[in-house]
Design a protein. Structure first.
Length: 227
């Protein structure tokens, strides 16, 4: 029910996940990232506990594959799970259990791993990776969005996608970006809606960090009553 890309930006060290699904509120359950630690996507028959657990293993100093092995060792039902993980050095690991739904595929790239289930075409994850690698000069969030758009253009899921989300972790404890379209009635409308959110958010994201760290240096919100 899902396809995703989990990645690290080599230039900035930012970490993130982008994901879409025919199910509601996919990013709330599937996308996890922590600054200077790593990123995890947990999908198929989703267990959201695996995102924070995977990040905790990475934070303890485990490299990607060791963290994945430890994560799977905690699982009573690994056959149902599809997982992707990237550590703070850009190493990746993945797992796709034999009971993952429908057409399943995984693709690896530099600092990224794409995975999907119930896919219309096995080439979808490779399309995500290709778009990510071809946009290496762009910010991580933009690269993730381009990857998601490429996955949809390559066929996407068997059915229409209705939710999508993106999380990017930078230097702070909170996400630099955490954007979600939890449900879009128009078939495949969630990804264009996420694009609109990203285009609106990205120019002002750094200002919100400044407001948190040093309000005296923060720019105006530019809203009525803000003096």
């Amino acid at each position: 029910m899902t396809f995703s890309l989990t990645a690290r930006c080599r230039r900035t060290g930012q970490l993130g996940v982008v994901v879409t699904s025919s199910s509601m509120a996919v990013a709330a359950r599937c996308a996890f990232a922590r600054a200077e630690v790593g990123a995890v996507a947990t999908q198929n028959v989703t267990d959201p506990r695996l995102g924070p657990k995977g990040l905790d293993f990475l934070a303890a100093g485990m490299p990607a594959q060791a963290a994945m092995n430890a994560l799977l060792a905690t699982q009573a039902h690994p056959d149902f799970r599809q997982l992707a993980l990237v550590d703070d050095q850009g190493a990746t690991a993945w797992h796709s259990g034999p009971r993952a739904l429908g057409r399943v595929a995984v693709a690896l790239g530099e600092g990224c791993v794409a995975a999907g289930n119930l896919l219309a075409d096995e080439a979808v994850p490779a399309a995500l990776v290709r778009a990510f690698e071809e946009s290496a000069d762009q910010p991580l969030g933009e690269r993730l969005l381009r990857a998601l758009e490429a996955g949809l253009a390559a066929g996407g899921e068997e059915g229409p996608v209705h939710s999508a989300g993106l999380v990017v972790a930078a230097e702070q404890a909170w996400p630099w970006a955490d954007l979600r379209v939890d449900w879009h009635d128009e078939p495949d409308g969630a990804i264009p809606a996420l694009r609109r959110l990203w285009d609106a958010w990205s120019p002002q994201a750094d200002s919100y960090v400044t407001r948190a760290l040093d309000p005296t240096a923060a720019p105006s919100f530019g809203v009525p009553g803000d003096r």
